[in-house]
Ligand binder design. Structure first.
Ligand code: SAM
Length: 209
C-alpha cells in the first residue's frame, strides 16, 4: 500500500494546478486596444497634473505608454497578470525613458489596491467588470473616472457612452464613482460632474445623467 501523503501535499498540488491554469488562462485574453482607438482616447482626455492613472489588465503597456507620453505630469500604473506581457511592457517603458512615471505591477488586478486611482482605463469583459464592481465600489474615491472600452459595468450608469467607428472596439463607457453608482451625496454631485466634463471631452448630447 502506498504511504499516505500529508494533506499539505494535496493542497500544494492543487494550488500548483490552479497557478498553472492561471498562467494559461487569465480572466480575459490579450486583445490590445487598436492604435486608432488609442488616438481617439488621447484626443478625448485632458488629464490634470498629478493624476494617478491605471490600465487594469494593461497587456503590453501600449495604452499606459501613450497616456504617459501625452500627459507628462501624470503617474501611470499598469497591472498585468501575464509574465510575458509584463516583461514586454517593462521593456517598452524603459526604452521610451518612462520608467520614472509608468509602473508595471505584475499580478491579479482583483488583488491589487487601486484606491489611489484618479482615472482607470480598462478593456476587459462585461462579466469581469461585474465581478470588479464591488472592488470599485469599496476602493475608489468619489470622483474617480473609469473609461471602459466596449464593455459596460453592469449595474452602474455611464455618464456618457462615446461611440467610435462601427467596427469592433466601438465605444467608450465613461463612469464616475459617486455618480454612476449613486453613492455621492447630493451636494457633491455637481462637483463630480464638473470634474469629469473637465477631464473627458464629453459632448452635451452624450451626457446620460
Ligand atoms: C483585452 S486585453 C487589454 C490590454 C490593454 N489594456 C489594451 O487595451 O491594450 C486584457 C488584458 O488583461 C489581462 N488580464 C486578464 N485578467 C487579469 C487579471 N485578473 N489581472 C491582471 N491582468 C489580467 C490579460 O492578460 C490581457 O493582457
Amino acid at each position: 500500500m502506498a504511504p499516505s501523503r500529508p494533506l499539505s501535499y494535496y493542497l500544494e498540488e492543487e494550488t500548483g494546478r490552479r497557478d498553472m491554469y492561471w498562467n494559461y488562462q487569465p480572466s480575459v485574453p490579450w486583445v490590445p486596444t487598436r492604435e486608432e482607438v488609442i488616438k481617439i482616447l488621447l484626443s478625448l482626455l485632458q488629464i490634470p497634473r498629478g493624476y494617478v492613472v491605471y490600465d487594469i489588465g494593461c497587456g503590453d503597456g501600449r495604452v499606459a505608454i501613450a497616456l504617459a507620453q501625452k500627459f507628462p505630469d501624470i503617474h501611470v500604473k499598469c497591472i498585468e497578470a501575464r509574465k510575458d506581457l509584463v516583461e514586454k511592457a517593462r521593456k517598452a517603458i524603459e526604452s521610451k525613458g518612462l520608467s520614472n512615471r509608468v509602473e508595471v505591477i505584475e499580478g491579479d488586478f482583483f488583488k491589487v489596491d487601486i484606491s489611489d486611482a484618479d482615472l482607470i482605463y480598462m478593456y476587459l469583459l462585461t462579466s469581469v467588470n461585474q465581478k470588479l464592481r464591488p472592488k470599485l465600489e469599496n476602493e475608489l474615491k468619489q470622483g474617480a473616472i473609469i473609461v471602459s472600452l466596449d464593455f459596460p459595468i453592469p449595474g452602474w450608469n455611464p455618464v456618457a457612452v462615446i461611440e467610435l467607428a462601427r467596427s469592433w472596439q466601438r465605444a467608450f463607457y465613461i463612469y464616475v464613482k459617486g455618480l454612476s453608482d449613486s453613492s455621492a451625496a447630493a451636494e457633491l454631485r455637481n462637483k463630480l460632474l464638473e470634474n469629469v466634463l473637465h477631464v473627458v471631452k464629453i459632448k452635451k448630447h452624450e451626457l446620460r445623467l
